[in-house]
Design a protein around this ligand. Structure first.
Ligand SMILES: *Cc1c(COP(=O)(O)O)cnc(C)c1O
Length: 379
């Protein structure tokens, strides 16, 4: 048996390794009482911009706001179509619907779980006004062909990078870019369990476009540039100074955190490689996968996915289904008749995926226990 109880994400052990730095940073903010827009917010934005290789980072309150503000800044009109995948967290699609835009779902590839580029091309109509690829589970969408098609049709690309910060994409000429830095706008979340997580909510928007950056900043701040002079309808979306102070410290560890996730993924891959009923995550040659989730596809004789989950739980191994209902089947989106769209790969994956504990603190002992339990149950 294990010393510590297993969790999907272990934030406590991670915190204890950097506790003195974090505690000092948080106390400094409290002492300064600069809770809103304190110096750490600007410093963090600049440091993150450097890390990502983008010109502007606009911090905001959470990843959902980041996506909403991005779409607002593009000036889309009700009824405009936005192409995305159904295989994502609801936030991606919710903001489209919230702004009275029309979500248009395309299928994913069965190996990468990310947007199928040929389907995306076919879904383009004269009303398509944005494409939102989602770098799901920590792996970049195949951006080179996507960006090429989008450019041909002059459609802006907004990357949902909430799950893949620290990941990269390699273009055919060898250029390497960070996920979130390739579209006209990139968005991320600093929700605690994300790869760069704060100690509360947070998010950010990235762009290289000066005009858009100014607009994004204004929208996040009640549509004002000069205080109390409101040019457009916006919202109130800020990153707390305490979150920025924590994130500045964690950003310095992000590359190591990505490596730790990849090391855990390597261990899992190896353990499951010989089992014919277990498909390990595919690593696309163009992507540096940062494993926000480690997600298997199960096709086992004699044990269903539900039974697997239950038997794992009996052995104190947590697991999760991301996501039990894909977006196109959510009641929220009924009025768009999204349930009628055919997304066979999304549906197929939904029935067989299972995500295992994945974080920066997994030990070999824990990985051995988890993989041992799964192989024993799988038979
Ligand atoms: C987490 C997440 C979001 C939303 O981020 P919040 O900070 O929780 O609002 C959006 N898209 C994806 C793919 C996510 O995983």
């Amino acid at each position: 048996m294990l010393m510590q109880s297993l969790q999907m994400v272990d934030l406590k052990r991670q915190y204890h390794k950097i506790k003195s730095e974090i505690d000092t940073a948080i106390l400094n903010v409290v002492e300064s009482t600069a809770f809103i827009n304190g110096p750490d917010v600007q410093h963090f934005s600049t440091e993150l911009a450097t890390y990502l290789g983008v010109k502007h980072v606009i911090p905001c309150a959470n990843g959902t706001d980041a996506l909403q503000i991005a779409l607002m800044a593009l000036g889309l009109q009700p009824g405009d179509e936005v192409i995305t995948t159904s295989y994502t967290y609801i936030a991606t699609v919710e903001v489209i619907a919230l702004l009275r835009l029309t979500p248009v779902f395309v299928d994913v590839d069965a190996d990468t779980f990310t947007m199928n580029i040929a389907s995306m091309r076919k879904a383009i109509t004269p009303r398509t006004k944005a494409i939102m690829p989602v770098h799901l589970y920590g792996q970049s969408v195949n951006m080179e062909p996507l960006l090429k098609i989008a450019a041909e049709h002059k459609i802006p690309v907004v990357e949902d990078n909430a799950q893949a910060i620290g990941g990269t994409y390699t273009f055919s000429d060898g250029t390497v870019k960070k996920t979130g830095s390739m579209g006209i706008i990139g968005c991320t979340s600093f929700f605690p369990s994300k790869n760069l997580g704060g100690y509360g909510d947070g998010g950010a928007i990235f762009t290289n476009d000066d005009t858009l950056a100014e607009k994004l900043r204004m929208i996040a701040n009640h549509g004002q540039k000069i205080r109390y002079y409101h040019e457009m309808v916006g919202c109130n979306s800020r990153l707390d100074t305490i979150q920025a102070a924590v994130l500045r410290i964690k950003l310095r560890h992000l590359d190591d955190y990505c490596k730790a996730r990849r090391t855990a993924a390597d261990y899992y891959d190896k353990a499951f490689s010989a089992h014919p009923g277990i498909t390990t995550p595919f690593r696309a040659p163009y992507a540096y996968h940062v494993f926000h989730q480690y997600t298997l596809q199960l096709r086992l004789n004699g044990v269903t996915r539900d039974e697997m989950q239950q038997k794992l739980a009996e052995r104190k191994v947590p697991s999760m289904i991301y996501y039990p209902v894909p977006c196109h089947k959510q009641n929220m989106l009924k009025e768009y008749a999204t349930g009628n769209v055919a997304l066979p790969v999304t549906d197929m994956l939904q029935d067989c995926v299972i995500s295992l504990p994945m974080h920066t603190e997994l030990t070999e002992e824990e990985l051995a226990y988890i993989t041992g339990c799964i192989l024993e149950i799988a038979g």
